[in-house]
Design a protein around this ligand. Sequence first.
Ligand code: GDP
Length: 443
Amino acid sequence: MFDALSDRLESAWKKLRGQDKISQSNIQDALREVRRALLEADVNLQVVKDFINDVETKAQGAEVISGVKPDQQFIKIVYDELLAVMGEENVPLAQAYNAPTVVLMAGLQGTGKTTATAKLALHLRKINRTCMMVATDVYRPAAIDQLITLGKQIDVPVFDMGSDGNPVEIARQGVERAKAEGIDTVIVDTAGRLFIDADMMAELASIKETVKPDEVLLVVDAMTGQEAASLTRTFHEQIGITGAILTKMDGDSRGGAALSVRRISGQPIKFIGVGEKVEALQPFYPDRMASRILGMGDVLTLVEKAQEEIDLADAEKMQEKILSAKFDFTDFLKQLRLLKNMGSLGGIMKMLPGMGKISDDQLKQGEVQLKRCEAMINSMTPKERRDPDLLASSPSRRRRVAGGSGYKEPDVSKLVSDFQRMRSMMQQMGQGNFPGMPGGMFG
Ligand code: GDP
């Protein structure tokens, strides 16, 4: 499913490729694909509509960035918008000024609330915060037993009063106990129902009122998709949440619920559950989720790097040089270094959509060749770099460069002739599309 989607986005991007500006008419296909991608990722319909509108507005007003193609730029706009909706960074769990920090867990039955309670406790224990869990689900004795078992497993105490007590009272006493014992964080697991019902909400509200939690975390099952939006709305309106944990992200879900939850409640996803085991909890990172929702790989990283590295005026000057055949070894070296700054060649190639099929061997070869070129150019005098003909006509110069770089004279000879061939080809092409390297050269 992921592959099919990337392919479809690919074809939309292809239509954009080669056009030098983002305009209302040329982004419609791409927008449609993004819309589909979001719907497939289970983002709520209304959230998708708002999102697409925002992206369209931003894309139309976008300045063209030199060295970045419009299709790539478009992806970046979508990506940035996803980040804007989900929050730029991971938001850590609140920590109360006066211990204990109280965390109230809310959510429907079966979403993974009890498991998440234990996962969170283990996570905190690992960063040296002492924990206590409180079992208030008196309606399901099995839920209390489950928490006690998990507590033993992760070595975290569980406060419970069996299944006869009043949930609000249990929560209150649990927090009192944690305070008395100097515990850092107390996590209150609550009863869930299969559907939202008034009693459950009323009980949650009064537990909240009583223990005054620092965090109210809504546990959302990522597999519930579209429904995550209405669930979030109801819980946020009636209880007021401060964040969410998205569970079952190890499944097929693309995680669109993350977008809905944040957009609707304005509160961040703090963690994701990625498996049934108690260790399977990770802090939530919006950038990773944005890539996952789009099914895009790391092309975004590439665009970001290009934006950082490429100076507009510089790129234009370079283009002029190429067209007028004034491009010399110094310019070439600059381009090589640019490529290197952007990361290893292998890393860059892999980031490009559709480039996955290049073998590691081929990549390695490419990198070795880049290094070779650089070593040889470094051994040239400034005059030789400016005027490759000097080298072309002088075997002794080539031998000196070879000696200095640790290669042989024929290697230098080949570099020079390849370079000259490339230069005249670029000149002929006229429309050099910089910064791209013609493939297959300097082999
Ligand atoms: P609760 O009713 O909300 O307390 O849900 P539970 O904590 O009992 O979890 C319900 C089911 O979901 C159990 O079988 C869990 O093992 C499973 N579960 C919880 N979190 C995850 C997760 O992140 N990934 C997977 N694959 N399963 C999970």
